[in-house]
Each structure stands twice: as structure tokens, then as C-alpha cells.
Design a protein around this ligand. Structure first.
Ligand code: G
Ligand code: G
Ligand code: MN
Ligand code: NA
Length: 254
């Protein structure tokens, strides 16, 4: 309860920040984009990881304001990177289903892009597979409106949730992000390797790009390249970076 109270004023108090974890083509040659990840510097408790406050933010509805702050901050940063000559670079923002339950979400997101003169492809929204379970007309309208505006959606933590094949047909996301649980055992475990291979093939068959998450060593990265995965993300390529460190990464990538 105290934490919820503190979170209410965190954005105005300047305690929230976004860090950015780059994702690259698996040959390491091109930085295709970066995932924005929230950080909360609490005045007494220190750094609180999102896993410890996002669920609270969702329960209390505070995620609407916190998420709006994250989207606005990510768009402002994306505009700076474009102005600095890093075109063709996407900023990916995690979005909670609670945010998508808000009737004006798609319109407000489009307004943010407009305000920062960003093309739709400068932004990508990451949603989890739990979207598959939602039967909300509001969410469906938001997803349709986002798609109509050309704003791309990625399914996060793919493979751990409930995305059925029929769901993938009804909700054709532009990207699948293979959960790091699968990458953990690649390439030595034959089952895990087969599953990653299959998810890449399935994503491509659906016209989606595929990202392998949680790449922690060279062998996992080589495997993703071998199976034709489009992007790789993980500590081996880069940890999440603050905006200044991300600037330096873009100037002198991996
Ligand atoms: O950075 P870290 O691994 O601790 O992130 C943990 C989880 O918090 C991830 O699943 C991520 O999707 C989620 N998360 C991080 N930033 C945001 C955000 O801005 N909005 C939402 N809804 N979730 C976020
Ligand atoms: O659920 P989501 O994919 O949004 O979570 C992203 C989180 O995963 C970030 O908090 C980030 O710190 C974490 N992460 C990113 N790369 C790696 C990695 O290579 N290994 C591990 N263990 N965690 C990672
Ligand atoms: Mn994510
Ligand atoms: Na993920």
C-alpha cells in the first residue's frame, strides 16, 4: 500500500527512468532496435525492478499513467535518436493489457507519434500472450486501430503462455519474441533446439519477424543465425543501457 502510494508520485518526482536493451541481427552487424525497460529509483528502497512494481501498478490501475509516461519518454528518445541519424531503428515498449483496456489508448499513442513527428515504424508495442485469453471488445478495437495506423505489435515471452494456433491466425502480430526459457538449453538440448527452429519457421510462415531473447553466449547466438532468426537480444549482446550508454552503443555497436 505504501509502495502504491509512492508509485503514484514517482513519475513527477523524477524517480522513473527507461533503460534500453538493444536487439541486433544475429550476425551482430545491425542494431535493429531497443526495448525500453522501466526502472524505479525509490528514495528509500533504492532500485525497484519492474517485476516488483508492474503487477502492483496493474492491480491499482496506476499502470495507465506509468505506461503513458513510458510511452511518451520512449517516443521522445526515439525522436532524438532519429535526429542523430539513427534511422531505421525501432524502440519497443512493453504494454500491459490493462493499458489496452483503455478506450483511448490507440488514439493517444498515435498522438504521441504525431507530436514527435515519428513514423509508425519507429515504435513497436510488446504485449504478452495473455492477450490471447482476453475477450475484450475494447482491446480488439485498440489492436485494430493500432494496426490501421501501422503501429507494429510483438508477442512477448512467446511460447510460455496460451497463444493457440487459431489465436495466431486471428491476431497476426508482426513479431514473435521467443521466451528466454527456450534459448537457455540451446543448442545442446535437441528438443529445445527443435522448438526454437519450429517457432522461427512458424513465425516466418505467418509473415512475422522472430526475436530470440536471453542470448547469453556465442553458441546461442550462432544457433539463432543458423536457424534464420531475425533478431537476437540478451546479455551477451548488451545488458539494458541508460540512454547515454545506448547513444555510445549506437555509435560503436557490438
Ligand atoms: O527489466 P526486467 O527484466 O526486470 O523487466 C521485467 C518485466 O517488466 C518484463 O517482463 C517487462 O516486460 C516488464 N516491463 C518493463 N518495463 C515495462 C513497461 O514500461 N511497461 C510494462 N507494462 N511492463 C514493463
Ligand atoms: O518479459 P520481457 O522480455 O519484457 O523481459 C525483459 C527482461 O529480461 C529485462 O528485464 C531484461 O533485464 C531481462 N533480460 C534481457 N536479456 C537477458 C538475458 O540474456 N538473460 C537474462 N537472464 N535476462 C535477460
Ligand atoms: Mn519485453
Ligand atoms: Na520477453
Amino acid at each position: 500500500q505504501q509502495l502504491a502510494h509512492d508509485l503514484r508520485g514517482a513519475a513527477e518526482a523524477g524517480q522513473l527512468a527507461l533503460h534500453y536493451q538493444p536487439y541486433l541481427t544475429p550476425d551482430g552487424r545491425r542494431v535493429a532496435g531497443a526495448e525500453a525497460l522501466l526502472r524505479w529509483q525509490h528514495p528509500e528502497r533504492g532500485m525497484i525492478p519492474p517485476a516488483d512494481f508492474i503487477p502492483l501498478a496493474e492491480e491499482t490501475g496506476l499502470i495507465v499513467d506509468v505506461g503513458e509516461w513510458a510511452l511518451a519518454t520512449a517516443c521522445a528518445q526515439a525522436a532524438r535518436w532519429r535526429a542523430a541519424g539513427h534511422g531505421g531503428f525501432t524502440v519497443s515498449v512493453n504494454v500491459s493489457l490493462v493499458q489496452l483496456e483503455n478506450e483511448s489508448f490507440a488514439a493517444r499513442t498515435a498522438a504521441l507519434l504525431d507530436a514527435h513527428r515519428l513514423p509508425a515504424e519507429a515504435l513497436e508495442l510488446e504485449v504478452t500472450e495473455s492477450l490471447a485469453l482476453s475477450h475484450s471488445a475494447t482491446i480488439d478495437r485498440n489492436v485494430a486501430a493500432l494496426r490501421a495506423q501501422g503501429i507494429r505489435l510483438a508477442i512477448d515471452d512467446f511460447g510460455t503462455g496460451y497463444a493457440s494456433f487459431s489465436y495466431l491466425r486471428r491476431f497476426p502480430a508482426e513479431k514473435l519474441k521467443i521466451d528466454r526459457d527456450f534459448l537457455l538449453h540451446v543448442p545442446d538440448n535437441a528438443q529445445a533446439a527443435s522448438l526454437v527452429r519450429m517457432i522461427v519457421a512458424m513465425g516466418h510462415a505467418l509473415g512475422a519477424k522472430v526475436t530470440g531473447e536471453g542470448v547469453e553466449n556465442a553458441r546461442q547466438l550462432a544457433f539463432l543465425a543458423e536457424v534464420g532468426c531475425d533478431f537476437a537480444q540478451g546479455f551477451f549482446l548488451s545488458r539494458p543501457l541508460d540512454a547515454d550508454a545506448m547513444d555510445r552503443f549506437l555509435d560503436a555497436p557490438w
